[in-house]
Design a protein around this ligand. Structure first.
Ligand code: TXA
Ligand code: MG
Length: 545
């Protein structure tokens, strides 16, 4: 077993336990990060006025972010300090929808640091209606900056156990507020102009807002009446390359979402299941309504081991489907489904937000790696290919053997085969590996690399790889520059560590060449640590265990 690195013994707080709850509130006050429930999804909260505290959110999430954070308050009074202006539009929206599942973007005040607004002159304000969120914010007395409490790449958490799964060891407290009622993130609306603009659809729709504004005597500007307001995607955080390897399996959306089409859904599910089995998939996950599930269970009685059912509620119930969507995706993925089938809903009301999240889930995994392929190649890169990368290759092989036997997640009878090799960006073809590296590999890892010879990395070599791992970010940048088409699979250790949100691992491996044996030993230790941390994650992405 690999030892988990853990900063915190994360405490799951029962909110009725006043003492522990106060501890969590105090931690928040003192600049710590706390997992908190809201009616939409769980958030990862920290004092919005304290840049050091906000930095810890990014550390817990595992990556620096240039996406702005929203700030949570527990009263309308608290909003005043955070914004420089509340225009008439914002006024109406605040009065009509707060507290509730909406985030209103307004001009920020100087209190909001740049790390929260990501350098914008605006800030998103959210006043959750969840009583426990309100209590936490009130008791700590701080405005709380909070993104959703998931690791990048996984769906937003809607249960405390989801947060625990993603954040265990990374933060001191998670407050258990049960299941989030809405289940999809808040509507984000830009209220800085003369008409609200939806940046992210949610439970509060543009029609709801139009109605409230109309009731307050504010009419839609004439020029906008000509265009139908369509929901748009909020700006996405860059630097998510590794999302191609997203852990969730492919998601297939069935139906066209019209109410007429709903009567055909049983047939669609049946077809998808049959197709998946024909394609050799061993397990299919279905996100579906009760009535359809009952009929499918009868139809596929003889295949019940290969179908996982996640029933969200009554078939046409969009509230239930939205409420359960993220939990459904997580659950079916954890059950090792190789395909998740989920229904389209009419794109109106909450259906707009539901479809927005479902499309995202479906498109994020389009490029996902074939989970059936049981042979993979990994290439380690340093500059000369005489010290670091041959050692990395040997250490990888040794750890792979020691932690094995490895096999395919989907089919434990199929062995997982990973071939490790090494090369250098400026290597001299045919040069011998340094004696120290050969000795270390031999004595510490029982790997004989004495016959290995240096190779300069070539395009052909990279083409054959599933993953190319460089000792330093300089090297990975160089390779991506030289071979831009293949940049997707080139990482430095540190970049991959950041992308996978692994805390507390120093991934920059400097060159021991020319130094004494002791320095080589340090290098080996560092490589050992890095590879032990990365290996299970890499295997997981490849559908291996
Ligand atoms: O329901 C929610 O909103 C949850 C709970 C925890 O409150 N929070 C949440 O936060 O989903 P996050 O960081 O995962 O998503 C916030 C979204 C991002 O897409 C961000 O780009 C957008 O809101 N956003 C935040 N501030 C903004 C601003 N000033 N201008 C434009 N977009 C903004
Ligand atoms: Mg999020």
């Amino acid at each position: 077993m690999l030892q988990e690195i853990r900063d915190f013994d994360t405490i799951l707080v029962d909110p009725s336990d006043e003492k522990t709850f106060s501890d969590a509130a105090r931690a928040l006050q003192e600049g710590e990060v706390v997992g908190m429930p809201t009616e939409t999804v769980y958030g990862l909260g920290a004092d919005a006025r304290n840049p050091e505290a906000v930095k810890k959110i990014y550390e817990a999430k595992g990556r620096p972010s240039d996406n702005p954070l929203i700030v949570h308050v527990a009263s309308k009074e608290m909003i005043k300090n955070l914004v420089s202006e509340i225009n008439p539009i914002a006024h109406v929206l605040i009065d009509a929808f707060m507290p509730g599942p909406i985030t209103i973007v307004m001009k920020k005040s100087p209190i909001v640091p740049d790390c929260v607004s990501a350098g914008l002159d605006t800030v998103g304000i959210r006043f959750p209606i969840h009583p426990i969120a309100q209590k936490l914010i009130k008791e700590s007395g701080v405005p709380v900056a909070a993104p959703s409490a998931n690791l990048s790449g996984s769906p937003s958490p809607t249960k405390a156990e989801h947060v625990m799964k993603d954040m265990k060891g990374r933060i001191p407290y998670i407050i258990d507020g049960g299941e989030c009622q809405v289940g999809l993130e808040s509507t984000v609306v830009d209220a800085t102009g003369n008409w609200p603009q939806v940046l992210r659809p949610g439970a509060i729709t543009i029609e709801d807002m139009e109605e409230a504004l109309k009731a307050a005597g504010i009419e839609k500007p004439l020029e906008l009446k000509l265009h139908k307001a369509t929901p748009e995607e909020a700006p996405r955080a860059p630097g998510m390359k590794y999302r191609h390897y997203a852990p969730t399996c492919p998601v297939k959306i069935i139906g066209n979402g019209t109410l007429d089409d709903f009567s055909n859904y049983l047939v669609y599910y049946k077809q998808e299941v049959q197709n998946a089995f024909m394609e050799g998939k061993t397990k299919v996950g279905l996100f579906l309504g009760e009535e359809i599930a009952e009929q499918l269970k009868v139809l596929f009685e003889d295949k019940k081991e290969r179908i996982v059912y996640y029933i969200y509620g009554a078939t046409g119930d969009i509230d239930a489907a939205s409420h359960h969507l993220f939990d459904g995706l997580r659950t079916l993925d954890e059950d090792r489904a190789q395909l998740i089938v989920a229904p389209a809903f009419p794109e109106e009301g909450l259906g707009i937000a539901y479809m927005n999240r479902l499309f995202k889930a479906a498109s994020e995994n389009e490029n996902s790696i074939d989970p059936q392929k049981n042979e993979r190649n990994i290439l380690f890169i340093c500059s000369g290919n005489t010290c670091r990368s041959p050692l990395a290759e040997a250490i990888f092989r040794s750890i792979f053997k020691a932690t094995g036997p490895h096999n395919m997640k989907a089919n434990p009878e199929v062995p997982a085969i990973v071939t490790a090799s090494s090369a250098g960006t400026f290597a001299e073809n045919g040069a011998e590996y340094t004696r120290d590296s050969v000795q270390l590999a031999n004595f510490e890892y029982e790997e004989d690399i004495s016959q290995g010879r240096s190779r300069i990395v070539t395009e052909e070599m990279i083409t054959k790889q599933d993953l190319v791992l460089c000792m330093t970010a300089d090297l990975s940048r160089y390779l991506r520059f030289k071979y831009p088409d293949m940049g997707d699979k080139v990482y430095s250790f540190q970049e991959l560590i950041d992308d996978l949100s692994i805390p507390n691992v120093d991934g920059e491996v400097t060159d021991p060449y020319g130094y004494e044996y002791l320095v080589y030993m340090e290098t080996a230790k560092q490589l050992d640590n890095i590879i032990r941390e990365l290996m299970p994650e890499i295997l997981d992405k490849w559908g291996m265990v």
